[in-house]
Design a protein around this ligand. Structure first.
Ligand code: 13P
Length: 336
């Protein structure tokens, strides 16, 4: 493993003013997204949608440092026969690959999940490197209520994340380590803070035990928000303050970049929260976005299956707003 090179890639993916486009929806998830515009998911429609995003300027050249791909897209060609990976690289962004095979129910713990995909991963990782991937992603999901998560769920998920991260680094691929504490439910923002704290504490212990070099990872956490059915919704400044407090307590300064998932927040909320953290606090890491829905919802509606110009205009706008938020320079008036 060449740690200096891993560190360079991790910094490139999260450099101030840039963030990550999560375009790694599985076959089932992309169909759910396309249902919103009444489009059938086929290999061609998935290609057209993603190619439209990857060819958007200046979003890709100026605001996106990395793109997370699904296996199919890493191997796919653009309409003109060039490789989509080359389109991304030519724009100056780093291609990455989702390598987990999904969250599955955990035996003995109703409602809780662990993420599958470690079997054979060491071999698959070699191929992904050959195909051009320079980073990977693995998502663990932690469900929250008064009694969940169980210690078994937190432990199993963090253990799998650490084993995955070690395999990535051995293959010279930067692991995005994503422990997502879900915002679904009526739990309070304080409960989200408590569970996020616990999860990150356990995660960094597992990363340490598995000899994962923190200088060569990107952390992809949730923000500390109120559950989406909670009667009291924390305001922007409270989300920023609670998230920064948890991260400062739990994430070593040797981690080069933290890139948040959007997790079901609206586009503008996700931007406003990121901005408040970067504008209001001195932080030891690059703090940016790795959004799926919060970057893609507006361009998907504008594109609607064939309007490339409208889709690209909407994507360029959202990417620019989040770029500004990563610098703490966004304000609501810029959305007009
Ligand atoms: P969302 O931003 O839509 O939560 O997706 C990010 C992601 O990559 C989830 O794994």
């Amino acid at each position: 493993m060449n740690l200096e090179k891993l560190n360079t890639v991790a910094n490139q993916m999260t450099a101030p003013g840039t963030g990550i486009l999560a375009a790694d929806e599985s076959a089932g998830t992309i169909q759910k997204r396309f249902d919103q515009i009444g489009l059938k998911s086929t290999e061609i429609s998935r290609r057209d949608w993603r190619e439209m995003l990857f060819r958007t300027e200046p979003a890709m050249t100026d605001y996106i440092g990395g793109v997370i791909l699904f296996d199919e897209t890493l191997r796919q060609q653009a309409a003109d026969g060039s490789k989509l990976v080359d389109v991304i690289t030519a724009a100056g962004a780093v291609p990455g690959i989702k390598v987990d095979t999904g969250a599955q129910g955990m035996a003995g713990f109703a409602g809780e999940k662990t993420t599958a995909g470690l079997d054979g991963l060491r071999v698959r990782m070699q191929e992904y490197y050959q195909l051009g991937a320079r980073f990977a992603k693995w998502r663990a999901v932690i469900d929250v209520d008064a009694h969940r998560p169980s210690a078994a769920c937190v432990t199993a998920n963090c253990h799998a994340l650490a084993r995955y991260a070690a395999i990535c680094q051995e293959a010279q691929i930067v692991p995005i380590v994503e422990p997502e504490v879900l915002m679904d439910g009526d739990h309070s923002v304080e409960r989200c803070a408590e569970v996020t704290n616990w999860t990150l504490k356990h995660l960094f212990m597992e990363l340490y035990m598995h000899n994962v070099a923190l200088e060569g990872i990107v952390l992809k956490p949730n923000m500390v928000v109120s559950g989406n059915k909670c009667s009291r919704q924390a305001c922007i400044d409270e989300v920023a303050e609670k998230t920064v407090t948890v991260l400062k307590a739990m994430v070593p300064a040797s981690v080069p970049g933290i890139a948040f998932l959007s997790g079901g927040q609206s586009d503008i909320q996700a931007t406003a929260h990121l901005n408040a953290m970067n504008a209001g606090y001195e932080l030891p890491w690059n703090l940016t976005f790795s959004y799926g829905r919060a970057l893609q919802a507006a361009p998907l509606a504008a594109w609607s299956g064939n309007d490339v110009a409208a889709g690209q205009t909407a994507f360029a706008h959202r990417a620019k707003m989040n770029s500004l938020a990563s610098l703490g320079q966004w304000n609501a008036a810029l959305e007009e």
